[in-house]
Every structure is written in structure tokens, then in C-alpha cells.
Design a protein around this ligand. Structure first.
Ligand SMILES: [Zn+2]
Length: 209
């Protein structure tokens, strides 16, 4: 598990709750380049460097990457890919959302300012320095078949680092018997089922994928 480059607490890689700031887009000598790596979405949104990362990433993706700017609204800049059915959107605070066409979809849920869309993904958690956490998750999966994502965030001490807390209400890590074979004392492989937030500005792009 990586640590947040801003608050130094662990980052659980949940879609919509963290940002991966790639060195490729940064101006190396700029103070905002110190944030390269993973950070909580809430941390960059509260950081004075959020706007710089917004500018770097919009510039990076709209130049020679096959994306073009399709909308600019309510702080969001939406980029769509010219060949692939996918979009990316960056907010002036430094956070991002994205979407691509997928075969399987749950029903979207309308919420304040946008929608919550389902994520159901394989989730691998490696944690060399906290075997108790891995053991705790494994034991819940083994005994109950699932474990609350919010409970894990509480154990990590990062429950206050959520950008859209409502997206994780009811979110679960779920036992997958095929992935069970990959478990070790420091890793656990499972499914993660939760929702992520998409703001109103990008909803038309999501529906048109
Ligand atoms: Zn953080």
C-alpha cells in the first residue's frame, strides 16, 4: 500500500477516492512536483497545488494523447478520446474522474450533484508492515464472506480522507474463492464492490459511452 504524498497516511486504491499523479505531467522544478505519486482525492482538493495539477494533466492529456476537450463546466474539464469509448474529467481542485465502456453495469443511483455508479473489481491489497490488518480482513472474508470497506478505512485511520463518503456506504470487500489461493500473510486478493461519484457535468458522457 502506498502512502499519500500529502498526508502520509495509507492510500486504499478505491476508484474516485485517490489520485495517481504521474511524474510525466509535472514540471520537475515546480514545488507541486513534490506530490508525484498517490494521494487521497480529499488531500489534493485541499492542497494549494491542486490547481497546478489540474493544469498539468489537462495540458498533458489534450496534447498528443488522442484526447480533446469536449466540455468545460462547473470547474470540470471533460476530455474524450478520439478513437476509444472513454472520457476523463479533471476538476480545478486537482481531482479527476473517468469512464470507459464496460460490458457489465449495475444501475446508477442519482445523488446530490451527480450519480453514483457501481464498481465491481478485483482488489489486491499488500501490506508488509501491518500483518494484523491483512489477518483481520482475511478472517472476516473467511468467516462472513465479506467485510465492510468503511471498517477497513477505519482500521487504517483514513476514514476522514474520503472525498465522497456516501459512495462507500454499503461498499464491501467480498471473498472470491479463486483469489483465495493467492493469499499470503501480507497480501489479500478479493473483490471490491462499491460506488464512485460522477458529477452532473460528466453524466451525459457516461451515458453515451
Ligand atoms: Zn492524504
Amino acid at each position: 500500500m502506498n502512502s499519500c504524498t500529502i498526508c502520509r497516511l495509507p492510500v486504499l486504491e478505491l476508484d474516485g477516492q485517490f489520485e495517481n499523479l504521474e511524474a510525466y505531467y509535472a514540471e520537475p522544478d515546480h514545488p507541486a512536483a513534490a506530490l508525484v505519486g498517490e494521494c487521497h482525492s480529499s488531500c489534493i482538493a485541499n492542497s494549494s497545488h491542486g490547481r497546478t495539477w489540474f493544469e498539468w494533466r489537462v495540458r498533458g492529456y489534450s496534447t498528443n494523447r488522442g484526447y480533446r476537450i469536449a466540455a468545460e463546466e462547473e470547474g470540470w474539464t471533460v476530455l474524450v478520446h478520439s478513437r476509444h469509448p472513454e472520457f476523463l474529467a479533471f476538476h480545478v481542485e486537482g481531482i479527476s474522474v473517468g469512464g470507459e465502456r464496460r460490458s457489465k453495469r449495475g444501475s446508477d443511483k442519482v445523488t446530490v450533484g451527480g450519480i453514483l455508479v457501481w464498481v465491481d473489481e478485483e482488489f489486491n491489497l499488500a501490506c508488509d508492515d501491518d500483518v494484523d490488518l491483512i489477518e483481520e480482513i482475511q478472517s472476516h472474508l473467511q468467516n462472513e464472506g465479506s467485510y465492510s470497506i468503511l471498517a477497513v478505512l477505519r482500521l487504517l485511520g483514513t476514514i476522514d480522507c474520503l472525498r465522497w463518503p456516501e459512495a462507500l456506504n454499503g461498499g464491501m470487500f467480498v471473498l472470491d474463492r479463486k483469489l483465495r489461493r493467492e493469499w499470503t500473510s501480507t497480501t489479500v486478493a478479493m473483490r471490491a464492490r462499491y460506488t464512485r461519484f460522477l458529477p452532473s457535468t460528466v453524466v451525459p458522457f457516461w451515458k453515451n459511452l
